[in-house]
Design a protein around this ligand. Structure first.
Ligand code: SF4
Ligand code: SF4
Ligand code: SF4
Length: 329
C-alpha cells in the first residue's frame, strides 16, 4: 500500500503542536515509515513553491489560529489541496490563546504613512493582522479536530494510526485514548476513517475522568492555586479553585487536576455544554455557600479575570455571546 502524502503547518501558534508530532517521530514510530511527508516548512524547510508543484495531499495537520492574512491564505491553499484537513491543537480548533485578542475594544490601529514607507523599504513586509482571530473552522471546512494545548501525545498518535492505516498493537494506547468515542477507537484499530467532524477526544467532561473526590457541593471562598495546597484528593472546585473540568471535554485523563492544578479548558467544551463560560457561572453560583447578598458579593470579589479564565482557549469559536456579536464587529 502506498504511503499517504501529508502536510504539516503552523499558523499563529507556538509550534508545540508540531513538536508533539515530532515527539511521536522520535519516541514512537518514524513518521516517514507511516507517511510521505510532502510539506513541512518548520522541520523540512518546505516552500510554498514546492507545495504548488506537489500532487494532492491526502492529509494536512494545521496548527495555530488564523490571525493574519498569510494564515488565512495558508488555510485556503491547504484546504484546497488536501483531501482531509485536521485542526490540531486548541489554537486551530477553537482560536486558542491568540483568540483572547478578540476581547480588545479598539480597532487595530491603521498603519501610518510613515510606517508604510518604512515597511516598503525593508522587505519582506509583515502580513496584515486580521481584525478578529479565528479558529480554522471559521475560515475553511475542517474534517477533524485534535484538541488540547498541546494535544496529548496519545491522541495525536491515535489520529496518526487512524489516518496512516498503520496496523500494529494498540497496547501502548493509554487510558486517555482508550476512552475515545467508539467510531474513533474503531478507526484506530481498523484504519476505516471516523465520520467527518469527529473530535479525537472523549465526549463527556473532564470531571468524568478526574480522580478527585466530590464531597460537598459548596463554594465558599475563591482561591488561586498558589494560595492553597491540600493532599486530601478533594475536588479542586470544592477547595475554592476555579476548576473548569465541568465545562471541558475529557481526553487528557485529568492531567492538570491530577497534580493539583485546576483545569483551564484546553480541550474546549464537551458536546453537551452550550457555552463553557455560562456553564461555569451557573455551576459555581448555584453552589455558593450563602444566600446573603453581602457574603455572596465577598465571594464574587475574589474572582480574577473570569473571561480570560473561562474562555482562555476558545473565545473566537465557543463564546456564544461573542459569536453573536461577531456579525456586527
Ligand atoms: S494549541 Fe497550544 S501548543 Fe498548540 S500551537 Fe496553540 S499555544 Fe501552541
Ligand atoms: S471540578 Fe475539577 S477537580 Fe473537581 S472533579 Fe471536576 S475536574 Fe476534578
Ligand atoms: S486538565 Fe484541562 S487544562 Fe489540563 S490538559 Fe486536561 S483539558 Fe487541558
Amino acid at each position: 500500500m502506498s504511503k499517504k502524502k501529508i502536510a504539516i503547518y503552523t499558523a499563529t501558534g507556538c509550534r508545540v503542536c508540531e513538536n508533539v508530532i515530532l515527539d511521536i517521530h522520535y519516541q514512537v514510530s518514524s513518521l516517514s515509515r507511516l507517511f510521505d511527508i510532502a510539506f513541512w516548512p518548520y522541520v523540512l524547510g518546505s516552500r510554498w513553491n514546492d507545495f504548488e508543484k506537489a500532487p494532492l495531499m491526502d492529509i494536512c495537520f494545521y496548527a495555530g489560529a488564523v490571525s493574519t492574512e498569510s494564515d488565512r491564505e495558508a488555510a485556503i491553499r491547504l484546504r484546497e489541496k488536501s483531501q482531509i484537513l485536521i485542526a490540531i491543537g486548541a489554537c486551530a480548533s477553537f482560536g486558542g490563546m491568540p483568540g483572547l485578542v478578540n476581547l480588545r475594544t479598539k480597532a487595530t490601529p491603521e498603519t501610518s504613512a510613515g510606517e508604510k514607507a518604512e515597511l516598503s523599504e525593508s522587505p519582506p513586509p509583515l502580513p496584515r493582522v486580521e481584525h478578529l482571530v479565528s479558529a480554522l473552522s471559521q475560515v475553511v471546512d475542517v474534517d477533524y479536530d485534535i484538541p488540547g494545548c498541546p494535544p496529548t501525545q496519545n491522541l495525536v498518535w491515535a489520529a496518526i494510526q487512524a489516518f496512516s492505516g498503520w496496523k500494529g498493537s494498540t497496547s501502548n494506547l493509554s487510558y486517555a485514548a482508550s476512552r475515545l468515542p467508539e467510531p474513533i477507537s474503531q478507526a484506530i484499530v481498523s484504519g476505516v476513517f471516523p465520520p467527518k467532524k469527529s473530535t479525537f477526544a472523549g465526549e463527556k467532561a473532564v470531571c468524568a475522568s478526574c480522580s478527585r473526590k466530590k464531597e460537598e457541593k459548596k463554594f465558599s471562598n475563591a482561591k488561586r492555586p498558589y494560595e492553597t495546597y491540600e493532599s486530601t484528593g478533594r475536588c479542586l472546585l470544592e477547595q475554592g479553585l476555579v476548576c473548569q473540568g465541568i465545562a471541558t471535554r475529557e481526553g487528557c485523563g485529568g492531567l492538570c487536576t491530577g497534580v493539583g492544578l485546576p483545569c483551564r479548558g484546553c480541550f474546549g467544551k464537551p458536546p453537551a455544554v452550550y457555552d463553557p463560560g455560562a456553564k461555569m457561572v451557573s455551576a459555581i453560583s448555584s453552589t455558593f455557600d450563602s444566600e446573603k447578598a453581602g457574603e455572596i458579593k465577598k465571594i464574587v470579589e475574589k474572582f480574577h479575570d473570569l473571561t480570560g479564565t473561562f474562555y482562555r482557549y476558545n473565545l473566537p469559536s465557543q463564546c456564544e455571546l461573542l459569536r453573536a456579536l461577531r456579525g456586527n464587529l
